[in-house]
Ligand binder design. Structure first.
Ligand SMILES: Nc1ncnc2c1ncn2[C@@H]1O[C@H](COP(=O)(O)OP(=O)(O)OP(=O)(O)O)[C@@H](O)[C@H]1O
Ligand SMILES: [Mg+2]
Length: 491
């Protein structure tokens, strides 16, 4: 270790500097060894903000305690580990008292300061942050590592966002990190889900977005990296089975198994998707979300769209497998896009898809606006993006919902669901499980919820998709694409 240097001014942006020091494992000489899988990935993660979340007992808090230890040899390291209240903090302090002195002999705990100080001078403060005002305790301070244990205990993203402003490197060779662990459920379930779980497939880094607008956070105008994404986030799922220290005993799992369904799914299975009053409680990420693969060219493909200019437009692309399973392989979810521009976007996205057999679009788009001009559907069709109208007859909403339920079930022959989504369809995957039932009519979903992708899904599923290699047109010729028979419908 270098000799002690005078405190340096916090430098900005040192994210890419690789910080070479002994790893916790090397130093600890197997006093601490991360469990293989997610716990190791969490400790090795390079993204600025990482959430390690899921099943109870997966080893999350333990990993959180171990994470700052690697910097304890650096004289300028200053870390902050937070819990929501002082009582909860106690538990973490006990654990740290077992672990830390084994790994860094000579490290000292000060009860008065609630702080660990290593012989190098490195410090780790263990503290609480309950009410929003408590952030003022940290005003004017800088930390290169900030951890929140049990993040969903914070009801809003206020504390997390505020503490980001306290994150500054305290030395050029110290990278900056925010780390969180949590179970699903709890007061902050929704904002945590929105910030960390919904934007990307599990375990994949993504550009951090604003917690309210959903827009990517970017370097401001005038900065040398102006316009570039500010930093990355990642969600690492935790399972009880990853932690042999608890999983092998079996008793803990048995206890979790005995919980009521909602809690069981959150605490044992680490399921983020369940919500009371939701219409599609059977949706299960482990069954219905798959990693993208190349779709064979002979599978039928089609798309469906629900258009909204002021709100959102949702477009979904489907493929039909020989087993008749439907695969939603792409989504487009945009706002404030004119119909003619949408047509261009769609055609560009599907340019490499091969034959798109047909498209289904909300039938109200054939309504003429004013006296003259073409309808929105006609404008798209004129661009070569062809559609036929969705079924809007009485009862079609309920029939569509029932058909989605049927499709989500496991087919007894294939032992797979009849509908799956590529994990890249992040908006659909986040919205479908949280669409609420209509309180007045439980046969249908609440139409006031965010439902453009749901409607697109319904239109697509109700278009009677069939897998068929040999598809003939009315003249008996093998079909090669969408035929234009009608200038209004495009068919
Ligand atoms: N790498 C490890 N080495 C040794 N023991 C471990 C390791 N990981 C976890 N453990 C043990 O497993 C116990 C449970 O882990 P931990 O408390 O971190 O789980 P958790 O995911 O935070 O649980 P909860 O969801 O209940 O907060 C720890 O107290 C610790 O004794
Ligand atoms: Mg914990």
């Amino acid at each position: 270790m270098k000799k002690k240097e005078p405190a340096q001014k916090p430098a900005v942006e040192i994210q890419d500097v690789s910080y070479e020091t002994e790893s916790v494992e090397e130093h600890a000489n197997v006093l601490f060894k991360p469990n293989p899988g997610p716990q190791t990935e969490f400790l090795a993660a390079s993204e600025r903000e990482v959430l390690y979340g899921g099943s109870a007992g997966g080893g999350k808090s333990y990993a959180m305690l171990a994470d700052p230890l690697r910097y304890m040899g650096h004289p300028q390291f200053s870390g902050l580990l937070l819990r929501h209240t002082t009582e909860e903090l106690r538990e973490l302090i006990f654990k740290s008292q077992e672990l830390y002195p084994k790994i860094w002999p000579g490290i000292k705990w000060s009860e008065r300061k609630m702080q660990w100080t290593a012989p190098s001078g490195a410090r780790l403060w263990m503290s609480y942050l309950d009410r929003d005002d408590d952030v003022l305790r940290y005003q004017g301070l800088a930390f290169s590592w900030i951890g929140f244990d049990e993040l969903t205990q914070w009801a809003t993203p206020y504390a997390w966002n505020y503490m980001r402003s306290r994150l500054r490197s305290t030395a050029p060779d110290l990278p900056i990190f925010m780390r969180a662990t949590t179970n699903p459920g709890g007061r902050g379930h929704q904002w945590v889900k929105k910030m960390f779980i919904d934007p990307a497939p599990y375990n994949k880094a993504f550009d951090a977005t604003d917690s309210e607008t959903g827009e990517v956070l970017r370097y401001p105008y005038g900065h040398s990296k102006a316009g570039k994404p500010l930093f990355k986030r990642r969600f690492i799922p935790a399972r009880l089975s990853d932690n042999p220290y608890l999983a092998q005993a079996g008793d803990y799992e048995a206890m979790l198994l005995s919980l009521p369904e909602q809690q069981r799914r959150q605490l044992l299975e680490g399921d983020w998707d369940i919500k009371e009053g939701a219409a599609f409680t059977e949706f299960d990420r482990r069954l219905h979300v798959v990693e993208p693969y190349r779709i064979p060219s002979n599978w039928v493909k089609f798309r469906a769209c629900d258009y909204g200019y002021g709100s959102y437009t949702g477009v979904l692309w489907f493929a039909v497998a020989p087993s008749e399973q439907l695969i939603v392989y792409r989504e487009l979810y945009v706002s404030k896009v004119l119909a003619a521009d949408l047509a261009d976007m769609i055609l560009e996205l599907e340019a490499e898809d091969g034959n798109i057999k047909y498209g289904v679009l909300d039938s109200s788009l054939w309504h003429r606006r004013g006296d003259t001009g073409p309808s929105l559907a006609e404008q798209m069709i004129a661009k070569g993006c062809r559609w036929r109208p969705s079924d809007r007859s009485k009862g079609s909403r309920v029939a569509g919902k029932n058909e989605i339920h049927r499709r989500l079930q496991i087919d007894e022959y294939t032992e797979e669901p009849r509908l799956v989504f590529f994990d890249s369809c992040t908006n659909t995957i986040s919205q479908l499980p949280s669409i609420p039932l209509d309180k007045k009519n439980p046969e249908d979903v609440d139409t006031k919820s965010e439902d453009h992708l749901y409607d697109a899904l319904r239109y697509g599923i109700m278009s009677r998709p069939r897998f068929s290699i040999f598809d003939y047109d009315p003249m008996g010729r093998p079909s090669t694409g969408m035929r234009v028979a009608d200038s209004t419908f495009g068919y």
